[in-house]
Design a protein around this ligand. Structure first.
Ligand SMILES: Cc1cc2nc3c(=O)[nH]c(=O)nc-3n(C[C@H](O)[C@H](O)[C@H](O)COP(=O)(O)OP(=O)(O)OC[C@H]3O[C@@H](n4cnc5c(N)ncnc54)[C@H](O)[C@@H]3O)c2cc1C
Length: 411
């Protein structure tokens, strides 16, 4: 396949990354998005209750996420991510009220494990050696490989894996945990510096990509929902956008960068993950006191607190049990925890609760086995999306790498 048009369907980060790489190679690309906005599950909007822009969820990437950083560099947005100069993670334990900062250093090896002063409080070096069992991929759960109890688990392994796998770690895939740990904690602090889009996800990952694509001649058709694909033998021959049919030429290619349920509806007999996990975010409109941009919370419902200008925000991963909790109760309960960590008065400030029921696919071994590769049964149809088989958990890095992989196959 050489000179046809590439139709990218879905303009989340996977679609944006595929479109950007193909445009960079000089290919003719048309992007089709069902919604009125780009970014999919990684976007900003103005919240009318708080009267300020917020993100659909607090997102963190790490300095070792090389595909995400290279995508940001390509679209001219490398400077939109901010974070501490080193891989420092401040924590608070709500039960014991202890506070500590995990300092992973700046190197390529986790030397901090050998330093009494830098290890997680109340943990011993040999416990970390047991953790090394997680580095070897296997089709088991994390709970089958390590003991999911004790200070090291509660204060390091659980917060880290919960945030990155969006799944209760004991049931999560040990294979995914292995890839993650190898690319991050085991690779030293240099790969673990947290990076956050302080001015909003869209200003970093989305708006610059849309501008860059437009400036390079790639058209994005919004409110252009793909309803059906027509096939003839081993090829897709037409795209049905409701009233409009786009006929595909012999060299035309389709990259489907849509959610898994939709991909399975469009492609007969495609196997996709079927279970999802939720993420809850709570936003409190308050002038944040001097505190770190990101604080880990142990032994609370709150897992991470983010301090943005004029707003404190809570992330709770694998939050399925909170999806039906009354919003005001949840806000009051979370504010109690946030106020305690931030040293703020008990009076509840203006708040918003944002719950994404299908934030990511579940990351247990059964769902992991259902993730398809980029190639499909049709020669000119490729898949992209954080949920495809990238060997990574469903994250920004996974979405962007999947887009690059589909672009390479389509080019
Ligand atoms: C609350 C929350 C917090 C998160 N936190 C983090 C984090 O801290 N770090 C991290 O790395 N990741 C995080 N993630 C995961 C990250 O957001 C996703 O991995 C990434 O955004 C997925 O991108 P995608 O392109 O694969 O999918 P999507 O963003 O789902 O994109 C799919 C696109 O397809 C479009 N579409 C659907 N149907 C059609 C159709 N018929 N025709 C055309 N277009 C269609 C959709 O509108 C959408 O734009 C979080 C996710 C959520 C929800």
């Amino acid at each position: 396949m050489t000179e046809g048009t590439v139709h990218v369907v879905g303009v989340g980060l996977a679609g944006l990354s595929a479109a950007a790489r193909l445009t960079q190679k000089g290919r003719r690309v048309i992007v089709h998005e069902a919604g009125a906005q780009a970014g999919g599950r990684c976007r900003s909007y103005v919240d009318t209750v708080l009267n300020m822009p917020i993100d659909n969820g607090n997102h963190v990437i790490l300095s070792g996420n090389h595909a995400a950083l290279s995508y940001l560099a390509l679209i001219g947005a490398a400077d939109r991510m901010q974070g501490p100069p080193s891989a420092d993670f401040p924590f608070v334990d709500l039960r014991s009220r202890e506070r500590w900062t995990l300092r992973l250093g700046d190197g390529f090896f986790p030397w901090w494990i050998f330093d009494d002063a830098r290890r997680v409080p109340n943990t011993r070096m040999r416990e970390y050696l047991v953790l090394a069992r997680l580095l070897w991929p296997r089709s088991k759960t994390v709970g089958e490989v390590i003991d999911c109890r004790g200070a090291l688990y509660e204060r390091l392994v659980e917060p880290f894996l919960l945030a990155t796998l969006n799944n209760a770690p004991p049931e999560a895939s040990a294979q995914l945990a292995a890839t993650l740990l190898r690319e991050t904690i085991a690779a030293g602090g240099r790969t673990c510096r947290p990076l956050i889009a302080m001015e909003g996800l869209s200003t970093a990952f989305v708006d610059p990509a849309v501008s860059w694509l437009n400036a390079h001649g790639t058209e994005i058709k919004f409110s252009h929902e793909l309803h059906r694909i027509e096939f003839n033998g081993p090829r897709a021959v037409g795209l049905d956008f409701g009233g409009e049919i786009v006929n595909l030429g012999v060299d035309d290619v389709v990259i489907l960068a849509v959610p898994p349920t939709l991909a399975a509806r469009l492609l007969p007999d495609l196997t996709v993950p079927t279970e999802f996990r939720a993420i809850a975010n709570l936003h409190f409109k308050v002038d944040a006191p001097a505190m770190p941009v990101m604080t880990g919370v142990v032994h609370g419902t709150t897992q991470w607190i983010f301090a943005y200008p004029g707003r404190l925000s809570v992330t709770i991963s694998a939050a399925d049990t909170l999806m039906n909790a009354p919003r005001d109760e949840l806000a009051r309960e979370m504010w109690r925890e946030v106020a305690m960590v931030a040293g703020l008065p008990a009076e509840l400030p203006p708040w918003q609760v944002v719950r994404e029921r299908r934030a990511t696919i579940a990351t247990d071994p059964q769902q992991e086995a259902l993730r398809p590769g980029a190639k499909t049964a049709w020669k000119n149809v490729f898949l992209a999306g954080d949920w495809t088989a990238t060997s990574l958990p469903p994250t920004i890095e996974s979405a962007i790498r999947s887009g690059e992989r589909a672009a390479a196959l389509a080019a």
